[in-house]
Design a protein around this ligand. Structure first.
Ligand SMILES: Nc1ncnc2c1ncn2[C@@H]1O[C@H](COP(=O)(O)OP(=O)(O)O)[C@@H](O)[C@H]1O
Ligand SMILES: [Mg+2]
Length: 303
């Protein structure tokens, strides 16, 4: 592994166990850099969050508050823990055997890392969209209705018809509302029974967002949702993300700094070693970062 530390002036001081990315200097993080004052309520309050995969320390002492009904961007070089952090917000790391999580994450004030938390309910409230669109190989309609049907919120089909509890109208309304919410309705309203895999990549990703909306979440986590898409499809996703923030709390990982600057209200910069180095208003982070390493990163000196 090539390791290249630029400001390696003080060799007497012990280096952190983690290595730096090529071109990244060494710097002590000032806790003030991650204090972000915002108006309104915090959706998430994260305190002293640490994650290990076996012996690898992937996130180190992360503390931050994420405001509701806004877009929070997570940026930083590959491997700095962005996806790991995102997965902590709805306990998806529970599914990774090697992962060990310590610390506190409160959602609307309630600790999500405590015994007795209903993970199905948590993941309904905190939905997610992945890097590559992953619609089910089913119809557009079925993709959206899948969650509400599974959770028993919608009943359709012969049996429910016979029992007089058919929710077809409710389902139609839900499918339209979610597709409109994901800016896809106009493009697919005449082919709801077509297979979702016949849609373009950008349409598939908006369908996945519509599917996430269908279970009525508060929060939508997105991990590089546009990285597999062409520029036009990307700009549709970006517009959509900004619109979603009127009703939802959006936390989005992106490796595209222009994208973070365009669509987010606040930006958190993670750097090597799984550290949160700076967090604040997006304009401040991009125009006037306090950390030298953050400045080097956003001006493309490393990462
Ligand atoms: N499932 C996993 N098992 C073991 N190590 C992992 C796993 N997922 C991520 N890691 C490690 O944790 C660190 C952070 O990874 P990740 O959160 O994916 O970073 P990012 O999303 O910023 O690229 C990396 O060193 C990565 O190799
Ligand atoms: Mg990632």
């Amino acid at each position: 592994m090539s390791e290249h530390i630029v400001n390696d002036t003080d060799t007497t001081e012990e280096q952190p166990a983690s290595t730096t990315t090529a071109g990244e200097s060494v710097e002590e993080v000032d806790p003030e850099w991650t204090e972000y004052d915002f108006e309104g309520e915090a959706k998430f309050t994260v305190e002293d969050l640490n994650v290990w995969y076996g012996d690898d320390h992937a996130l180190t002492d992360i503390s931050m508050e994420i405001p509701e009904n806004s877009v929070t961007a997570l940026i930083g070089p590959s491997g700095c823990g962005k996806s790991t952090f995102l997965r902590c917000l709805n306990r998806m790391n529970d599914r990774i055997k090697a992962a060990r999580v310590e610390g506190s994450v409160r959602l609307d004030g309630d600790e999500i890392y405590q015994d007795g938390v209903d993970l199905v309910e948590l993941r309904k409230r905190v939905g997610q969209v992945f890097q590559s669109p992953n619609p089910f190989p089913k119809s557009i309609r079925d993709n959206i209705a899948y969650g509400p049907r599974k959770h028993g919120d919608i009943q359709t089909g012969l049996l429910s018809r016979l029992l007089g509890g058919d929710d077809q109208e409710k389902e139609d309304e839900l499918v339209e509302r979610c597709l409109r919410g994901a800016a896809l309705w106009e493009e697919v309203s005449d082919r709801l029974d077509d297979n979702a895999l016949g849609l373009s990549g950008g349409q598939q990703q908006r369908l996945c967002i519509a599917r996430a909306l269908a279970v009525d979440p508060d929060v939508i986590l997105m991990d590089e949702p546009a990285s597999a898409l062409d520029p036009i499809a990307t700009s549709k996703i970006e517009d959509l993300v900004e619109d979603l923030a009127e009703d939802y709390t959006v936390v989005i990982v992106t490796h595209n700094m222009q994208q973070a600057a365009r669509i987010s209200d606040q930006t958190a910069v993670f750097l090597t070693g799984g550290e949160l180095v700076e967090y604040g208003d997006t304009d401040q982070i991009f125009e006037n970062p306090r950390s030298q390493r953050v400045e080097d990163y956003i001006t493309g000196k490393f990462g």
